[in-house]
Design a protein around this ligand. Structure first.
Ligand code: HEM
Length: 484
């Protein structure tokens, strides 16, 4: 007999309004509480709405891999990312998602990634050249410049050096809104209205169906969330839109000659045989998605990796030894094996600070998960942050230990234990890209410079949509060639 949802244990931290407050004020603490619970599926509540969290590698695998077809992205994610990602690859569903994923997958094939390493090295060098010898820099900002530059040149064939800082700030504002709104009661309310509109849209009466369709369309945007109308958020979205539109206009003017993302998007034909191209809106949504998803998370992970290395001198010495032997020139042939330990450090940084702490889904039909009978429309979370701190998967989980990622240790662990990129059909399309870029940037900087991160204060993660460090991460950068 399957377990009934009401029999599931409740996540710690609930009050009268459920877990909204716990999630708002101490999101990570709440998730750490889950990692100490033994139940494979746990219940939480946002206002009136019960939600479920899969709380073991096995049930996470069921949700994201084995039963992926019975789930879609949750309406909350689509509402929150409406302005930032529209109907792009991250948020789209069904046939649209399948078509677009097929179209873009070749950009991330191994042979293309090999070409991109040149840009990764080039941008790492360029950022370092700009930093004065002995300068004190905010690593978050530097890493954003690098990863934004890499995605702009590899996927869009363009350069963002001039506007990188302004765009970085726009993104901070936009993701700050998303981070705040995640635990807002207004979001719960809007999801409730979306679901009413969906029910009306699928109902019997034509008038109700029309009303439902209208409501569904209107409620896709974050209309109830006060922050979405704030001048700061609107200006941030406008700045990102302008940049992406510039990428598109430049490529149109230059002609579609290169094998990059924009050429693919602008050259794509609708599969209905009409010969029509992808709509301008769809092109913009895909480009925006790749631009934002393609650099923000990697910059965050790199910043944490530098911070962790500063606190762990033995690991730092091992990375330094690899960096010293690393051929950092942009045109050098890249051998990933030359950065084996550095890659483990980057993976361990992604374990301790997974940029996306939760991954949300909604059941499209009644479904059994981990032996629990869930109703259609149940919202279910997978939770990288909680999984990554489970003692049975990562013993002494608070300890920084890159050797958790030796090939043997990885092979011995459940496939869905370490999931900073998700897993299954919706796994991050850029995971291999990021796992190349992170170690290359770390090694290229450490080869040429001594990066001394100020560790006098413990840096905590912030409450952003992604797990960014709170405040600046200051570091003194001494160029080794000049010091010599
Ligand atoms: C350390 C860096 C990164 C992390 C931690 C990360 C994390 C994630 C996660 C967790 C998902 C899955 C979300 C879900 O299942 O709901 C995802 C999807 C996605 N990521 Fe990444 N990502 C990273 C880098 C990148 C890069 C470099 C790119 C592109 C160049 C990228 C583009 C995307 C896209 C387009 C999707 C949606 C894929 C789909 O649904 O088909 N990401 N990412």
């Amino acid at each position: 007999m399957p377990t009934l949802p009401q029999e599931l244990p409740i996540a710690p931290g609930a009050n009268l309004f459920g877990h909204l407050r716990a999630f708002d004020e101490d999101r990570l603490g709440t998730l750490r509480g889950l990692s100490r619970m033994s139940a494979p599926v746990v219940r939480a509540r946002f206002l009136h709405r019960e939600v479920y969290v899969v709380n073991s590698a096995e049930t996470t695998h069921e949700l994201l891999v084995e039963r992926a077809r019975s789930f879609e992205k949750s309406p909350g994610i689509r509402i929150l990312l409406r302005d930032l990602a529209g109907e792009g690859l991250f948020t789209s569903e069904g046939e649209l998602w399948r078509r677009q994923r097929r179209l873009m997958a070749p950009l991330f094939h191994a042979e293309r990634l090999g070409e991109y390493t040149r840009a990764m090295r080039f941008e790492a060098h360029r950022a370092l050249d700009r930093v004065g010898h002995g300068a004190r820099v905010d690593l978050s900002r530097e890493m954003t410049r690098i990863t934004m530059g890499v995605v702009a040149s590899t996927l869009f064939g363009t350069d963002t050096a001039v506007e990188a800082d302004a765009l970085g700030e726009a993104l901070t504002a936009a993701l700050g809104f998303t981070g705040d709104a995640l635990a807002s009661p207004w979001l719960s309310l809007q999801i409730m209205l979306v679901e009413l509109a969906e029910a009306a849209r699928d109902g019997a009466s034509p008038r109700l169906r029309r009303l439902g369709a209208w409501g569904d369309e209107v409620l896709r945007a974050p209309v109830l969330l006060p922050g979405a109308r704030s001048p700061r958020f609107r200006a941030a979205i406008a700045a990102i839109d302008r940049t992406v539109q510039r990428f598109i206009d430049t490529r149109r003017a230059q002609g579609l000659v290169r094998g990059d993302l924009l050429t693919k998007l602008l050259g794509a034909k609708d599969p209905d045989g009409s010969g029509a191209g992808m709509s301008d809106r769809q092109t913009r949504d895909e480009a925006k998605t790749l631009f934002v998803a393609g650099h923000e998370t990697t910059a965050t992970a790199l910043t944490w990796a530098f911070y962790l290395l500063a606190r762990h001198p033995a690991a730092r010495a091992r990375v330094q030894a690899e960096a010293d032997a690393f051929d950092a020139r942009p045109d050098a042939q890249h051998e990933p094996s030359s950065l084996a330990y550095t890659t483990r450090v980057f993976k361990e940084a992604l374990r301790l600070y997974p940029p996306l702490v939760m991954i949300a889904r909604r059941a499209v039909e009644p479904i059994e998960l981990g032996g629990v009978a869930l109703p259609a429309r149940a919202i279910v979370f997978a939770c990288p942050y909680a999984l990554h701190f489970r003692e049975e998967l990562f013993p002494e989980p608070d300890r920084f230990e890159p050797d958790r990622f030796t090939p043997e240790a990885e092979a011995a662990r459940h496939k869905s234990a370490w999931i900073p990129f998700g897993v299954g059909p919706r796994v991050c399309i850029g995971n291999h890209f990021a796992l190349l870029e992170g170690p290359i940037v770390l090694a290229a900087w450490m080869k040429r410079a001594t990066v001394e991160v100020e560790t006098s204060r413990v840096i905590e993660p912030d409450r952003f949509a992604t797990l960014r460090p709170k405040g600046e991460v200051w570091a003194r950068v001494t160029r080794r060639e000049e010091a010599a």
